[in-house]
Design a protein. Sequence first.
Length: 416
Amino acid sequence: MELLAPAGSFKKLKYALHYGADAVYCGLPDFSLRGGRVNQFTKDDLALGIKYAHARNKKVYVTVNIYPHNSQLEKIEKELAQIIKMKPDALIVSDPGVIDFIRTKYSRQEIHLSTQANCINYRSIEFWKKQGVKRIILAREMKLKEVSEAEKKVKNIELEYFVHGAMCMAYSGRCMLSAWINQKSANQGRCTQPCRWPWVIKEGGQKKFKNKRPKKEMLIEEANGEAYIFNSKDLCLIEYLDELEKAGVSSLKIEGRNKSLYYLAVVVKYYRQALDVSGKKRESVVREAKKEFSKLGNREYTTGFAFGPDESIQNYRDSRNSSDYEMVGEVWESKQDEELFKAGYYSIFVHNAIFKGSFLDVVDKEKIRTLKVLDIWDQNKKPQESAHGGTQKIWYIKFSEPLDRWSILRSLVKKK
């Protein structure tokens, strides 16, 4: 099975591939469901990213998956012409009109159907196959049993399935909350995630909402008078790789184009390691992965709809569980200072404070180690007691052991 990772920037694309992804998905802000400041791709970045991936025999799938209005069609057609010249391995599309345009004008371009299209049964899969779609990114609501049935009924079609990351409260992401509340449509890539906001019932001071069908009570007012009634837990299916493969899944998709390099490195690393082994070795990797996933910021984990749905899919208590760890730095991707590198110093891009004498966890492709910070120099090559991610971003730091070029540094956050 292919391991498919998110890439919200050119840098994240490179990290995803280094940590073990077979392919990445990314897109430009205007016509991707990750728009605005969270999507850092420019056209130059996208072209570079595709060349970078192809040089390493990896793939890039470009998202063009908004539902465009009439006023956007001319612009999207011009942008598609520029993207297709970059030779992406596939375009991820949801709108039937855009799919028809690509088929008509660029018949050789591979198309993947976005999860936004809500494909959830084998007849829909057959329909989209007839429209020239090579791969279906299945709706998250589709059970693995249903995936297996579809795979047997529809031949010569690839099936992609979400295995890790955030879930939407609306049907496969087609949410109107953001458009309704503050006029920013999720289906235009501008979601403000009101499903993660706290909600309060004020009238009558009622503390529970009673639903007669079925007869269940849902707590809607909790600590501090707030409740998170739309807030799904995060998906995690690393324990079920055998079941995914038996069901006929072609590609395992990780959500998270908005997430940090730290999140990307840890999640991709462990799914890669788990895929590369089997039996007792896989069980060992999965145990370690679950411990490390709990150290990432998360909303607790669920199997979503894969076997269920999971009755405990919602997190009513809080928007997000904060991690006890924070990313404090990364090995700078540009060339190291040759003289200092020979002396054991690495150029570190600092995000949060690093102190001389402290111990940091170092995440790399193979393992996670705890190393001591032996020495810190500033950009003027003068010794310092600490490094900070302010106006000066690059610091020269020596550790108790050598670092990998792609290492991520994290620190345990002291709780108050």
